[in-house]
Design a binder for this molecule. Structure first.
Ligand SMILES: Cc1cc2nc3c(=O)[nH]c(=O)nc-3n(C[C@H](O)[C@H](O)[C@H](O)COP(=O)(O)OP(=O)(O)OC[C@H]3O[C@@H](n4cnc5c(N)ncnc54)[C@H](O)[C@@H]3O)c2cc1C
Length: 390
């Protein structure tokens, strides 16, 4: 299978992707919708999924062959995991009706943001207060979300809501796929230390979502959410893009940087670069284990290990880039210095977004090492009795 698949995907990419122009063959610019539709129709977007749901029923190992070929051609489409989170979650938990209605659309284009965190609920996410109240075939949503990445562009959001205040906080939560482009959804960008404004505040006032857009079961949203967040942590464990290194995982770029700045003769630096390379390699092996576990069991606590490790790796590599550049990283306005500073600030995304490092440590302690759960005085009382900051 492997050899035949390799040949097939190579041929397909050569015919359909123009690696010089970085777009679909026969076009002059990258048209995301058109290209993604082609990738999905060929079964290359989610190759481990069954054919019925736009995959090829391949093993993760064979899916890796497709991933590698796409990477080698610089072709988009395979690695949209983060933006695929909505599709991944609906594939795993949605009813067949919901899959039929939304899966193809979600795979071929729109960004799906994550409407989880609120001003009063971050690490303790089960404390969310955004309300969903049933009204005919719809639910009416009121509340505020914060730190919502890509909310401006997003056409859908995965929305955690409170649907019952008479039960303890982990119960009484319902998870929706929520249409963002409607009256009653106001998105306000937040400026970040990196200079980007990728994340936002989202104010939701009397917006609507159909009942059939519930992901999983009514009032059982916390359970569904565990699947979504495990997929997110797995993705973050595999690394986000670094400006200095280009695509995630290209540590040898640190070598190139050291070479460019004539630092490769320094044995201590060489050793640190080798160590950074080893950490990445080790983490990618752990993430392969996590992926296998996810395919087998639907979730994996190892994903938290990878996310935590990736946070250390990214901070470490950013510090190493600064070391290679020396004082120039502070005083010279070169592209390398700008990129190294950007990477140093961006590394915090991995240590906070998707659950902080401290929370990953709690999860690893409890679910991987089997240590006792930490105390939570509000865990077993009805949500309406939980004290809030306001
Ligand atoms: C770049 C970026 C992108 C993000 N994108 C999104 C997004 O798209 N959608 C979304 O919903 N959210 C998003 N977030 C929000 C992120 O998930 C939260 O910031 C995070 O979960 C922490 O919540 P908080 O900010 O409320 O901090 P808090 O929960 O108030 O935590 C403050 C500090 O206390 C520590 N702490 C809290 N509880 C415990 C505990 N039990 N044990 C040990 N330490 C603890 C934390 O580790 C942290 O250091 C994003 C954040 C960042 C930085």
């Amino acid at each position: 299978m492997s050899g035949a698949l390799e040949h097939e995907v190579e041929k397909w990419l050569e015919t359909n992707w123009d690696r010089v122009k970085g777009c679909e063959a026969g076009k002059d610019t990258y048209d995301q919708k058109s290209w993604l539709t082609k990738v999905v129709d060929a079964g290359y977007a989610v190759p481990t999924w069954p054919e019925k749901w736009f995959g090829r029923g391949l093993s993760p190992k064979d899916a890796g062959i497709i991933e590698k070929a796409f990477q080698a051609h610089g072709a988009q489409g395979w690695g949209r995991d983060r933006f695929h989170l909505g599709a991944i979650t609906i594939f795993k938990l949605g009813s067949d009706e919901l899959k039929t209605e939304l899966l193809y659309e979600l795979l071929t284009g729109p960004i799906c943001c994550l409407l989880y965190s609120e001003p009063g609920a971050g690490s303790d996410l089960a404390g969310i207060r955004t309300r969903a109240v049933k009204d005919g075939d719809d639910f009416i949503i009121n509340g505020q979300k914060v730190w919502t990445s890509n909310a401006v562009e997003a056409e859908y959001g995965m929305l955690l809501t409170r649907t019952d205040i008479d039960v303890p906080k982990h119960q009484g939560i319902t998870f929706f796929i929520f249409p963002m482009k409607q009256d009653g959804v106001e998105v306000r960008p937040i400026n970040q230390i990196t200079g980007e404004d990728e994340f936002n505040e989202v104010f939701i006032t009397d917006a609507r979502v159909p009942e059939r857009f519930i992901i999983g079961e009514y009032n059982q949203g916390w359970k569904s959410f565990q699947t979504a967040i495990a997929s997110e942590r797995l993705i973050m464990g595999q690394g986000i893009t670094s400006r200095l290194r280009g695509a995630a995982g290209k540590v040898p770029a640190l070598l190139a940087l050291a070479h460019k700045h004539d630092k490769l003769k320094n044995p201590a630096l060489r050793q640190e670069i080798a160590q950074a390379l080893a950490y990445r390699q080790l983490n990618s092996l752990n993430m392969l284990r996590a992926k296998e576990e996810m395919v087998k069991n639907g979730s994996s606590s190892l994903a938290s290990l990878g996310k935590l490790a990736m946070s250390r790796i990214q901070h470490g590599e950013a510090a190493l880039s600064a070391k290679i550049l020396g004082p120039n990283v502070l005083i010279r306005d070169t592209e390398d210095a700008r990129n190294a500073n950007f990477d140093a600030a961006k590394a915090y995304m991995n240590s906070i977004g998707g659950g902080t490092d401290q929370i990953q440590k709690n999860i690893i302690a409890e679910r991987v090492l089997g240590l006792p759960k930490s105390t939570d005085v509000s865990r077993d009382i009805p949500f309406k009795e939980v004290k809030s900051g306001s």
